[in-house]
Design a protein around this ligand. Structure first.
Ligand SMILES: [Zn+2]
Length: 312
């Protein structure tokens, strides 16, 4: 029976777990603080892996989930947003050298999508579109049971597709991307701009209103907050219509905190999706679903990647 060691590199936590092939739950799991600002993050990671490394079972491979951008073909973290010392960091080669087993890497959004395909809401589907809508917008695409990685390993940056030319500034520095409208940051920016322009709201222009604050205000009937979510949903619908035209999946899975806003976001999303699609056939038997895996998705995705690579 095959054993996989799975690593999830997060901004606040490093996690490591060991899985047996036929079991959904890990048989060892440990988390430590990332302590991103302190040196030798790799040393902490190695120690963590040693702590969970199975004593009896032979490990077949290591899978690693990291925030992007990464090069999955060479197993290199191009840069880690939080861990500044990891620039062009060949993490797969270093782990392979240390632990003596093949090591596979991809970014957290791709792997969350892969985890949902294998273990979560996308089980049984062969063509899956996964979107995480939180501080940013990220994506993962599974086509015919294969993870879409692309020539450079940079495929499925779905949050950075243009939905309005010359639109608002995105976190990446360009304008009008899906993320600049539909992410938590985009919703916050919309409200801040409107408050500055003098629009009435229960929210105060002087303080930072989080996407969560805005969601609460919207539920109390605040018109500006409702409008902010409506705009986010509208552009999400336009973005997803583009993705359906390109990938034609049988399921769209939404993860991330903003996607839990319910009808506030999804009423305008559905209306704009229907309006933007070029043929109703794309929507026939299309499942739209919430992610099932939550916090485990990085570990399960890294595990699924390692299993896919070993089997290919
Ligand atoms: Zn962008």
């Amino acid at each position: 029976m095959r054993t996989i060691v799975s690593i999830d590199i997060g901004g606040t936590q490093l996690r490591a777990a060991a899985y047996k092939q036929d079991q959904r739950q890990p048989f060892t799991l440990k988390r430590v603080k990332t302590k991103a600002s302190e040196p030798d993050a790799f040393g902490r990671l190695v120690k963590l892996i040693e702590d969970i490394w199975p004593r009896k079972e032979k490990v077949a491979a290591i899978g690693v989930s990291s925030p992007g951008p990464v090069d999955p073909h060479t197993g290199t973290i191009m840069f880690a947003p939080n861990i500044k010392e990891w620039r062009d960091f060949p993490i797969a080669a270093k782990l392979m050298q240390r632990f003596g087993v093949p090591t596979y890497l991809d970014n957290d959004a791709n792997l969350a999508g892969l985890a949902e395909w294998k273990f979560g809401a996308g089980r049984g589907h062969h063509n899956v579109l996964y979107l995480t809508v939180s501080t940013g917008v990220g994506g993962g695409v599974i086509i015919n049971d294969r993870l879409l990685q692309g020539y450079h390993g940079l495929a499925a940056e779905l949050g950075h597709t243009t939905v309005q030319v010359d639109g608002p500034l995105c976190g990446c520095g360009q304008r009008g991307h899906l993320e600049s409208f539909s992410s938590g940051t985009g919703i916050e920016r919309f409200v801040a701009d409107q408050l500055k322009a003098g629009h009435a709201s229960v929210l105060h222009p002087g303080k930072r209103n989080s996407a969560h604050d805005i969601c609460e205000a919207a539920k109390q009937g605040d018109a500006l907050s409702i409008e902010a979510y409506r705009a986010a949903g509208k552009y999400l619908g336009i973005g997803v219509a583009n993705f359906l035209h390109i990938f034609d999946p049988s399921i769209v899975i939404f993860g991330g905190g903003v996607s839990q806003s319910g009808p506030l976001l999804f009423d305008s999303f559905e209306a704009s999706l229907k309006e933007s699609i070029i043929h109703p056939r794309y929507l026939e038997e299309l499942t739209i679903s919430r992610a099932e895996l939550g916090d485990d998705s990085g570990l399960l995705g890294a595990r699924a990647l390692a299993e896919l690579k070993l089997d290919s």
